[in-house]
Design a protein around this ligand. Sequence first.
Ligand code: SF4
Length: 256
Amino acid sequence: MTKNLENPHPIDSLLCENAIPSVWCPGCGIGIVVNAFLETLGKIDADLDKICVVSGIGCTGKITNYLKLNCHNSSDGNAVKYATELKLKNPELNVIVFLNDTDFIVSKAEDFINAGKNKVAIRVIYINNFIYIITNHKALPVTPFIRTIDENTELPFNIPHLAKSCGAQYVARWTPLHIRRLKYSMLDALQKPGFSVVEVISPCLMYFATDGKIGKTIDRMKFFQDNTVIKHNEPTENLDIRNQDEIIIGNFVDIS
Ligand code: SF4
């Protein structure tokens, strides 16, 4: 990969160029979310010394490998716990945690709940890629992508509702298709004085695209186009994607 020195990309300075290209599959939503995050950092004119990014397990956990920021990878399932302690000990830091569903459901959901209940001002960017099937074979997600899986399934949480229930000040949900709106939500989340959660519905392509369920990578974007509906301020109890023919996305909680 050759760097264009005359016309650098706006986020070049925030990326570890030696680590690129990334391990992520072409078309994976993780890269899109990272790009949105870095562009959002530029918009708030953040003091980069005060930004700290924490990541956890699996592909989402790799995010910290690529950032020229203060980073910590917590591959033992303690990402939210680490972020919480970091924030409590260093209130001046802006702490952002990237999670996926394996971090959250298989490992330490209670850390997330406690952070919300205690109103710890960390920002959780939860990339919901529905991969916890890999680490917990009894837990199969039922999403619009794979509705036909057997009935005896343990199901994913309604993340926005859980976030609101445990005290989040800001809650939103988008997909990798809704990049501009996602950036606005990140902008809001990064500036809130309380616990903030932005969920990104982004099923792993390895499991939900390449096996033909929704076709090729580009088909997934069409899927998001055809199967999402924006409903700002929708009550979070209505956001369980198991019960929806269309995935409701938008900004749901914003307590100033
Ligand atoms: S598509 Fe799946 S396997 Fe590939 S980088 Fe994304 S989450 Fe990982």
